[in-house]
Design a protein around this ligand. Sequence first.
Ligand SMILES: Cc1cc2nc3c(=O)[nH]c(=O)nc-3n(C[C@H](O)[C@H](O)[C@H](O)COP(=O)(O)O)c2cc1C
Length: 154
Amino acid sequence: MKSLIIYESFYGHTQVVAQAIAETLALHGDVNLIHVTAAQINDLRDIDLLVVGCPTQALGITAATRAFLNQIPEEGLYGIRVALFDTRYQRMMWLPGSSAERLERTITRLGGGVVAPPESFVVADREGPLVEGEVERARSWATALVAAKVIEPA
Ligand SMILES: Cc1cc2nc3c(=O)[nH]c(=O)nc-3n(C[C@H](O)[C@H](O)[C@H](O)COP(=O)(O)O)c2cc1C
């Protein structure tokens, strides 16, 4: 299985989660872990699984992640299994804004087959730290992605 993990991170926490996911997926095949500002459309070639991770800011997706997704042509993710995660404030968990949920809508429009509900990993405050146990939860989440089937829209 060939996986690509694209992430954005300002304070390093989404990066830590992305790294834990990468280490887990590396037990099952090739993994490429790339910060979104270094990602190119060609990186999407021949992958089986795409994981996108983005901090939630202002209830949604950050600018560089949005800019990367905007470069992907229509149906450009057709045939690729996809999973989305974000990192979020603990204090804001009761609010609806989640960049992973927003990402799911965009990815589905681009033809990607989502294999898991969008997941949020939690930071204690605006600049972190990650809440205890979140890295382990990310490893479990990644393990479940390996064999997960595409969730057909209802
Ligand atoms: C400008 C700004 C806006 C933010 N807005 C939200 C928000 O709307 N909802 C939320 O849950 N967290 C919000 N946060 C907290 C971020 O999600 C948190 O900084 C991020 O998860 C940390 O990830 P990183 O270390 O990878 O940057 C915001 C943070 C910043 C800096």
